[in-house]
Write a protein that binds this ligand. Structure first.
Ligand code: AKG
Ligand code: FE2
Length: 324
């Protein structure tokens, strides 16, 4: 397996040039562009994830500022956080409080904070007296993550020779932003599950991490690998189940979990590229032939989420729900 800039702890690191991230024109015929698209695709197929650096465009200070804001958010009273609610999408658009099921985990989801109005509405809900720093910071971080998400998607499609799907995928998806806090285990020498192993219900997920360990991923060889804070790249691009289905399993959804050790709380945030509720997910015809029979029947995204939410303990929910 070749071609990655760097593999540390078995996760590929891909150096996406600053110009590419800044540019609005993501199409090119140069060899360099093609080669880079190939690397992104290979990472999605072989690993289900890759890391990228992003410091020039989104400096560490700005990320740190947002993580400070997030601490204030989770310090708000339960009653306030609970105002952010959603029946169909508790994880993507609502508040998940710590409970017996997830004793260390707490999260708040916001739909499309890449738009200032949406970021403002959430901020007003949490801080009726205002919190402009939070609003600005969430809006700017999520916009940068969305840019990275769209670019990654574009590059994979380009590498498969089907860039024309890009517009539809981008337009028919929403940017679901989720902020998470994990409490440390009750005793410092204890190791405790922060978030159970799962694959994301997204096309792609961009994860931004603070310097507290805990993210673990299942390698193709079947062992759990800790994502080291020293690993190059501050953003992790993760393949989700929807992309796996749409590509007829050409790309692989990454199984991951969070394991808490030590005495520090952990904060993280992620942007999920999820289909709009009404969207039908249908395997792209280019991925089906005599050697690659159709693996998933067309399914509606919201109906699948509803099924998953009521059968959350079932593994391989998508396979059970939409597998041929
Ligand atoms: O907090 C993390 O690092 C991972 C979160 C995650 O996997 C998720 O929200 O789907
Ligand atoms: Fe996840």
């Amino acid at each position: 397996m070749g071609g990655y800039n760097h593999i540390e702890g078995e996760i590929p690191y891909i150096d996406l040039p600053k110009e590419l991230l800044e540019s609005k024109q993501w199409s090119s015929t140069t060899e360099e562009w093609k080669e880079l698209c190939g690397k992104v695709r290979e990472a999605c197929e072989d690993y289900g994830c890759f890391t990228v650096g992003y410091d020039e465009i989104f400096p560490a200070e700005q990320r740190e500022e947002f993580f400070m804001c997030m601490k204030d958010l989770f310090d708000l009273p339960y009653e306030t956080k609970q105002k952010n609610s959603s029946d169909l999408h508790p994880a993507n658009r609502g508040y998940i409080a710590t409970s017996v099921v997830v004793p260390l985990y707490e999260s708040l989801g916001v739909q499309n904070p890449i738009y200032l109005g949406q970021a403002q509405a959430f901020t007003d809900l949490m801080w009726p007296d205002g919190n402009p720093a939070f609003c600005r910071s969430m809006n700017s971080l999520s916009r940068n993550m969305r840019r990275l998400e769209l670019l990654s998607m574009r590059m994979v499609l380009e590498s498969y020779g089907i860039p024309t799907y890009y517009e539809a995928v981008a337009e028919n998806s929403v940017a679901s932003f989720r902020m998470m806090k994990y409490r440390p285990p009750p005793a410092t020498d204890e190791v405790a599950l922060g978030l159970i192993e799962h694959t994301d219900k997204s096309f792609l997920t961009i994860l931004c991490k603070e310097q507290v360990k805990g993210f673990e991923l299942l390698t193709k060889q079947g062992h759990w690998l800790q994502f080291s804070p020293l690993q190059k790249g501050n953003f992790l691009v993760i393949v989700g189940e929807i992309f796996e289905a749409w590509s007829n399993r050409k790309v692989r959804a990454l199984e991951h979990r969070v394991v808490m050790r030590g005495d520090k709380a952990r904060y993280s945030c992620a942007l999920f590229m999820v289909p709009k509720d009404e969207e039908m997910i249908e395997v792209a015809k280019e991925f089906v032939d005599d050697d690659h029979p159709l693996l998933f029947r067309p399914f509606n995204f919201a109906a699948f989420v509803k099924y998953y939410n009521s059968n959350a303990t079932s593994k391989n929910a998508l396979q059970v729900y939409a597998g041929v």
